[in-house]
Design a binder for this molecule. Structure first.
Ligand SMILES: *Cc1c(COP(=O)(O)O)cnc(C)c1O
Length: 220
C-alpha cells in the first residue's frame, strides 16, 4: 500500500473517531481529498482505494489531469476550492461537480449564465471570509446571509453550503462556529471547513465535509 493510500485510511479513521466523539452519525462527514500539485499517478491509487471526492484549487491545473481521470473512474466528484475568476466560469462549470468559492455577484452572474448555456449545474457553496482578511477571498460574514438570498432570488442559483478558510495563525474553533451559525441563518445544510491541521476540530463544530490535502498526499 502506498503512502497516500495508507494516510488516506488513517484520515478516514480519525474522522470516524471524531464523528463518534462529537455524537455525530457515522459517515456524516465527507472527505474532500485535495490533490492540488499532485499528478494522476499520485491520485489514481487513492481513487482505486475507494475515494471519489477530490478538491483542486486552480481551474487550469484541474483541466490538465481530471478529464482523463473522470473518464477512467466512474462517480468522481470534483470540487473547486480555490478562487474563481469570472473569465474561468465556463471551464469551471464544465469540469467541476461542486464549486465552493462563490463569493460575489459578478461570479454568481457568470455561473448562472454558464449553467443555463451548458445545461450542467454544479452544486454551489458560498465562501465566507470569516477572519475578514484583506488578502483572502470570500464574502464578509456580515454580508453572507444576504448574499446567499441574492444568489437564490436574483441570480437563480441554489446555494447548498458555506465554506471557510480560517486565518492560519488563529484558533479555528470560533471561525467554524461562525460558519455554522451563518449556515443556520442562511438555511443551507452543507459546511465545508477543516483542513489537514484542524479537520477533527471541524467535525466537532458540524462540518459536513473537510478538505484534506497534505495529511493524505504529503507535503507540497
Ligand atoms: C490546499 C487547500 C486545502 C488543503 O490543505 P492541507 O493543509 O494540505 O490539508 C484545503 N482547502 C483549500 C481551500 C486549499 O487551498
Amino acid at each position: 500500500m502506498g503512502d497516500a493510500v495508507q494516510q488516506f485510511f488513517a484520515v478516514k479513521a480519525k474522522i470516524a473517531a471524531a464523528e463518534r466523539e462529537a455524537g455525530r452519525q457515522a459517515g456524516a462527514v465527507t472527505v474532500v481529498a485535495v490533490s492540488k500539485t499532485f499528478d494522476a499517478a499520485d491520485i489514481s491509487p487513492v481513487i482505486e482505494a475507494g475515494q471519489r471526492v477530490f478538491g483542486e484549487n486552480r481551474v487550469q491545473e484541474a483541466q490538465g489531469k481530471w478529464p482523463a481521470l473522470k473518464e477512467a473512474f466512474a462517480d468522481i466528484e470534483l470540487h473547486l476550492i480555490g478562487p474563481l475568476q469570472s473569465n474561468k466560469a465556463r471551464e469551471a462549470v464544465a469540469l467541476f461537480d461542486v464549486i465552493e468559492t462563490v463569493d460575489r455577484d459578478k461570479i454568481a452572474v457568470e455561473l448562472a449564465r454558464e449553467i443555463a448555456r451548458q445545461g450542467r449545474a454544479p452544486k454551489l457553496y458560498v465562501q465566507v471570509n470569516t477572519g475578514s482578511e484583506p488578502q483572502k477571498a470570500g464574502i464578509e460574514p456580515r454580508d453572507a446571509v444576504a448574499f446567499v438570498t441574492r444568489c437564490r432570488d436574483v441570480h437563480g442559483l441554489a446555494i447548498e453550503g458555506l465554506m471557510c478558510i480560517p486565518p492560519a495563525d488563529e484558533n479555528p474553533g470560533p471561525h467554524f462556529a461562525l460558519l455554522e451559525k451563518l449556515g443556520q441563518e442562511a438555511g443551507v445544510a452543507k459546511l465545508s471547513m477543516g483542513m489537514s491541521g484542524d479537520y477533527e476540530t471541524a467535525v466537532a463544530f458540524g462540518a459536513t465535509s473537510v478538505r484534506v490535502g497534505s495529511a493524505i498526499f504529503g507535503s507540497r
